[in-house]
Design a binder for this molecule. Structure first.
Ligand code: DQA
Length: 139
């Protein structure tokens, strides 16, 4: 059984309530339930934090034993060299995910500090971005 961790960063605890025209109406917990049903052979763990250091701690904690990490770093994507370094420091591959198409939004969202440290990037498919990232670990 593959061990996959999804990490969601700041403000993603408000999915379903937060700017629904951009991020949709579904809570992440509801989405996660459908994802776990669809992939019963995967052990999908979930962690959300609004605090950069807690996300880094979680990457350190899991980054030598899990098969994959799916990371939506929220706005820290655009600022955090510390997250870039944490991703580089571990052996577990990390796939960067975004719900919205950040390249069709404000210019400050066009830059990612973490992409170069990640195995790949999935952007703009709504919540389905997480599933597509999960598929990349199953091939
Ligand atoms: C996001 C895009 C980021 O620019 C934003 O700060 C988020 C969510 C996305 O999933 O589309 O919080 O990562």
């Amino acid at each position: 059984m593959k061990k996959i961790l999804i990490i969601n960063g700041p403000n993603l605890n408000l999915l379903g309530k937060r700017e629904p025209t951009i991020y949709g109406n579904s809570s992440f917990e509801d989405y996660l339930e459908t994802l776990r049903h669809r992939y019963p052979t995967c052990d999908i763990a979930y962690f959300q934090s609004n605090i950069e250091g807690e996300m880094i701690n979680k990457i350190h904690e899991t980054g030598f034993t899990y098969d994959g990490i799916i990371l939506n770093a929220g706005a820290y994507t655009h600022t955090s060299i510390a997250l870039h370094d944490a991703i580089k420091a571990v052996t577990t591959p990390v796939v960067e995910v975004h719900i919205s198409n950040v390249h069709a939004r404000e210019p400050f969202r066009h830059v990612s500090m973490i992409s170069a440290a990640c195995r790949g990037v999935v952007i703009g498919f709504g919540l389905d971005s997480y599933r597509l990232a999960l598929e990349s670990f199953l091939g």
